[in-house]
Design a protein around this ligand. Structure first.
Ligand code: ATP
Length: 253
């Protein structure tokens, strides 16, 4: 239960003692986590730690057995479905890019932007000056200005990931969940992705799940280590890396 003394109202996302079991196995086990407005948080943890399940709970894909999940201090996400949660301002980027390959980069962003307006409005969508300016801004943020008129199928894997981040930005979510963004990227793309997310985090809250420690170091944000479905350690990357439980959980000694 949420303690009435806890300052949850200023917290953007608050998970309190959340648990979920699959066939008797506790994938999430008493997980508590608070993300502040404007914060970018990195989530790390060994395989099977519960990172994806945690994202599934936040986005309404999985309903926890117990615990509270509050968005903006008052919306109980456990009582809403995936569409309602997306509409409330939580956007998710899955590991595998799902851009429209046969459309140009710009068209993909236009689709994402018009998608906000519902089916009927997007059928008759005419791009306003404000929308065009917004698309330029997003193209710049995701490093795709020079590729705007090329087909998405011609982008590299890393650039497709950036385009999908751009499509998420077009929906203007308050909180972005980004799942393993740099998996399969080149080193140069990985470095650029850390920069890009740092820029995005100036105007959005972000949760990033990643295994790549060099990338996590570049993000330079607070890190939460999950293991066996709950928080093992929290703090700077140096702080959590020195934690004996974290060393044991990663290296098994
Ligand atoms: N729908 C499900 N049914 C049964 N077991 C599940 C289900 N979803 C997850 N699990 C189990 O819950 C545990 C946590 O899985 P989860 O995918 O959340 O971990 P993860 O930290 O994202 O791992 P990885 O880093 O490998 O992606 C795993 O043991 C997994 O097998």
């Amino acid at each position: 239960m949420i303690d009435s003394n806890t300052q949850v109202t200023s917290t953007l996302l608050y998970l309190d003692d959340v648990s979920v079991s699959f066939d008797g196995f506790k994938a999430i086990n008493g997980l508590s986590l608070a993300i502040e407005p404007g914060e970018m948080r990195a989530i790390i943890g060994p395989n099977g730690a519960g990172k994806t399940t945690m994202m599934d709970i936040i986005t309404g894909k999985t309903r926890p057995d117990t615990g509270d999940v509050l968005f903006e201090g008052q919306m109980d996400l456990t009582q809403h479905d995936e569409t309602e949660i997306a509409q409330a301002g939580i956007g998710r980027k899955f590991q595998k890019p799902t851009v429209f390959e046969s459309q140009t980069v710009r068209e993909n962003l236009e689709l994402a932007l018009s998608g906000n307006r519902g089916v009927w409005a997007s059928l008759f969508y005419r791009e306003s000056e404000a929308d065009a300016a917004r698309i330029e801004e997003i193209l710049q943020t995701v490093r795709l200005q020079q590729r705007a008129n090329e087909l998405a199928s011609d982008l590299s894997h890393g650039q497709k990931q950036w385009l999908e981040i751009g499509m998420l930005l077009a929906q203007d979510p308050k909180l972005l969940l980004v799942d393993e963004p740099v998996a399969g990227m080149t080193d140069a793309e990985t470095v650029e992705t850390a920069k890009l997310l740092r820029e995005i985090s100036k105007t959005h809250s972000v949760i990033v799940v990643e295994h790549d420690m060099g990338f996590i170091r570049d993000l330079d944000v607070k890190v939460t280590v999950l293991a066996e479905g709950s928080v093992l350690a929290e703090g700077s990357l140096d702080h959590v890396s020195a934690h004996p439980d974290v060393i044991e959980s990663y290296l098994g000694r």
